[in-house]
Design a protein around this ligand. Sequence first.
Ligand SMILES: [Zn+2]
Ligand SMILES: [Zn+2]
Length: 287
Amino acid sequence: MSCKSPEVCQLNPPKTGPHSPGIGASAPVEKRFAFRPALGSIGSGLRFAGSVLVDLCLPRSCAGCQRIGAHSHSSWCLECWKKIPWAISPLCPRCGRPFTDSPDSPDHLCGECIEPTFHFDTARSAVLHEGIIRTRIHQFKFGAQMEWAPPLVELMEIAYAGWGLPAPDLIVPVPLHPKRLKERGFNQSGLLAGEFARRIKAPVSFDILVRKNQTRPQTRLSRRERLENVKGTFEIPDARRVRGRRILLVDDVFTTGTTLNECAAILKRKGRASEVHAITVTRALPG
Ligand SMILES: [Zn+2]
Ligand SMILES: [Zn+2]
């Protein structure tokens, strides 16, 4: 059987090119059973597995325009690919904020990073939080449309390839509180992190970082409120698993960076991680 999906097919994986994610073996998982809490329920896991199977068996449709068989090496057709709003230079080399209003300027530190406020060493987002990609993130996160996870991770993988970050020792998703996990049925960051780790062949852990307090949704909060909202939210049950390691945090959207910052703070202070970096699918710029 010929496989139409290079993302899940392990036969003849493409090796180079802008649409060619690293494909192949599963990522080593620190504790295999730890994937279950990330999924939240067997139902969610089955739906995710189902979407992968559908992807294997049917001609792929474009993740943007949904035309069937639009491209054989990517989840996106060429037309949609050309419209992807990449979060590229000029940007802040530390937090990855793109300067879309001054496209001819060189890379330079943003206002947040001139006097460092972030605990993570660096961060990058693949694309701007707008248009069809914003829609797909919402459908994935709030509508449990699992089929959008691989196309979103594909964007993250392209951004990672251009970043030049040394290989991480461990991929860690931003955790959900168990109550929120039960309501939603899955942790969107966990699913993205698992798929991302599989593609870049890095170990992933879903239980190194846990959320001990349930916070209000950050969406409508000011920056100051966001900082207060996430303070003391995260915990590391076993700091020995973090010490001296280069951690790459994964989340869906970077808005003010407060959640990622709080995760990085505890990974460094309590866990004594040697480095903490962060990658997200999208970057929401302040309006
Ligand atoms: Zn398309
Ligand atoms: Zn910055």
